[in-house]
Design a protein around this ligand. Structure first.
Ligand code: G1P
Ligand code: ZN
Length: 542
């Protein structure tokens, strides 16, 4: 065992979901090691503890895992559970932590960010409940990175990650496991596989799933092809690649091009779906029809008792603040609470653990439930597949009927990417300073009824998270939200979220871009976007 002298890096503060940097940045000497030792120090008393370890398979995944194994051995861990070939989807890692009751896990992923030598890499720690570490833990990790002076590492040979089984390094057992079967078994417990199978067999139900050359390929093949009988050609891009085939593994209309083409063609299957780099995001499509993630969450909530695992009903729901208020309408009708949390899955953990909620989601293509403590891409796809099998209606019909009952929330997110960080901070600061002056102002066809900086007090542990995004509330019922991304690796990304409620069923089938256009213009004026960013329009709209 070696103790290696090191000195702090000042840029290891975890963002919305762990530490993300360009891969090359991670590859510099001591960078990964410093962060890992800082996680271990935050866990404390690591002797005899156990961890789950795996990543989304992107470039640098395997060398990073080999390093972490050696460091875990030197820090006295007793057992590591590692996905075969070092691969674990984020939901599978969450499941394994919970199922095998480990002291948490380390997940290597930069989620939907591109991978490869010139792409991004990331690392995060999940706590023993299976969920992303809450802010007090990530803050402790960050503080450790600022004072670190040495780390411990074993000098053993690399472990073979390809073969299932156990290896011993001193007192530590390294177990290479097949995570696909555990995950697929859990899905069978939640959903009615028999019913879905019948639909697939009788050709009344079909799905095209795009794994985007990311981590869900093996999970999707086992579940959709082997267990549900789907034709193999309908699971596309299912071989995980270190650089995701050069693509951007983000399941949205802009990046899942191949799937979009299939779903907009005459031969489109009933359901189209995709998942991201690490398998926690999902996109849901019908034939020539896109379901916004916010609507998906609302439809799920409204139909939750149709699904085997949730038959008894649920205690409550939650959404991140910028997610549309579609789910709020459902919660109101069901008479259950709806919590509004800051952006990032870590804020749902306490609510799920305390059984205040059983279903939650984010506008950023994330939905999940109390079955684990991460959002879950394949779980969401199976929800829709099961719902289609029950309702025997098209995706479009299910969603438009939902709007008739609850109203429609037109929704769009406009991202201004890789802008100068100083200008982005100035934009937010300037906006913050003028908030109170905005109230009651008439802007275009709207009046500003409220303007505030979102702060959240966790109802379970009382912790406070301030400055979580600026909300401009408008009358008639609409919202514009501004916040800076916490997952980017180059400059800053300004996210502008636009939402407009329409209760009148005769006005619910308009084009989203057209409906939101006035709000997009207003957002530019309110935050002086062109002045601060030099951009006249957003780079990506989802
Ligand atoms: C983005 C999403 C957020 C999600 C996170 C991790 O974070 O907006 O909802 O939880 O990725 O997948 P952001 O870059 O906005 O901080
Ligand atoms: Zn992800």
């Amino acid at each position: 065992m070696k103790t290696v002298k090191t000195s702090p890096f000042t840029d290891q503060e975890p963002g919305t979901s762990g530490l993300r940097k360009q891969t090359k940045h991670f590859q510099q000497a001591h960078y990964l090691e410093n962060f890992v030792q800082s996680i271990f120090s935050a866990i404390g008393n690591t002797v005899g503890k156990t961890l789950v370890l795996g990543g989304d398979g992107r470039f640098f995944n395997v060398p990073a895992i080999q390093t972490i194994i050696k460091m875990a051995a030197a820090n006295g861990f007793s057992r590591l559970l590692i996905g075969q070939n070092g691969i674990l989807s984020t939901p599978a890692a969450s499941l394994l932590i919970r199922k095998y009751k480990t002291d948490g896990g380390i997940i290597l992923s930069a989620s939907h960010n591109p991978g490869g030598q010139n792409g991004d890499f990331g690392i995060k720690y999940n706590t023993p409940n299976g969920g992303p570490a809450p802010e007090k833990v990530t803050e402790a990790i960050y503080q450790n990175t600022l004072s670190i002076s040495e780390y411990k590492i074993e000098s053993n040979e690399d472990i073979n990650l390809d073969t299932l089984g156990q290896t011993q390094i001193n007192d530590m057992t390294v177990e290479i496991i097949d995570s696909v079967s555990d995950y697929a078994d859990m899905m069978e417990d939640i959903y009615d596989f028999e019913l879905i199978k019948q639909g697939v067999k009788s050709k009344t139900l079909s799905l095209c799933f795009d794994a985007m050359h990311a981590v869900t390929g093996p999970y999707a093949r086992e579940i959709f092809i082997n267990r549900l009988g789907l034709d193999a050609s309908l699971v596309i891009n299912s071989i995980p690649l270190e650089d995701f085939g050069g693509g951007h593994p983000d399941p949205n209309q802009a990046h899942a091009e191949e799937l979009m083409k299939i779903m907009n063609s005459d031969q489109a299957p009933d359901l189209g779906a995709a998942s991201d780099g690490d398998g926690d995001r999902n996109m849901i499509l019908g034939q020539n029809f896109f379901v916004t993630p916010s609507d998906s969450l609302a439809v799920m909530s409204a139909n939750i008792t149709e699904i085997k695992a949730y038959k008894a009903g649920i205690s409550g729901v939650a959404r991140s603040m910028p997610t549309s208020q579609a789910v709020d309408k459902v919660a109101e009708k069901l008479g259950i609470p709806c919590y509004e949390t800051p952006t990032g899955w870590k804020f749902f953990g306490n609510l799920l653990d305390a059984n205040k909620i059983a279903l939650c989601g984010e506008e950023s293509f994330g939905t999940g439930s109390n079955h684990i403590r991460e959002k879950d891409g394949i779980w969401a796809v199976l929800f829709w597949l099961n719902l289609l099998a029950i309702k025997k209606q098209s995706v479009e019909k299910i969603v438009s009927s939902h709007w008739t009952i609850y109203g429609r929330h037109y929704y769009g997110r406009h991202d201004y990417e890789a802008i100068d960080s100083n200008s982005a901070n100035k934009l937010m600061m300037t906006l913050r300073e003028k908030l109170t002056g905005l109230i009651s102002k008439k802007v275009g066809d709207y009046t500003i009824t409220d303007a505030c900086d979102f702060a959240y007090t966790d109802p379970i542990d009382g912790s406070i998270s301030a400055k979580q995004g600026i909300i401009i509330q408008l009358n008639p019922d609409a919202r514009i939200i501004f916040r800076l991304s916490g997952t980017g690796t180059q400059g800053a990304t300004l996210r502008v979220y636009l939402e407009k409620y329409e209760a009148d069923s005769n006005k619910q089938s308009f084009d989203t871009t057209q409906v939101l256009e006035p709000l997009a213009e207003l957002s530019k004026t309110i935050a002086d976007i062109v002045h601060f960013t030099g951009r006249t329009s957003a780079d990506v709209i989802t």
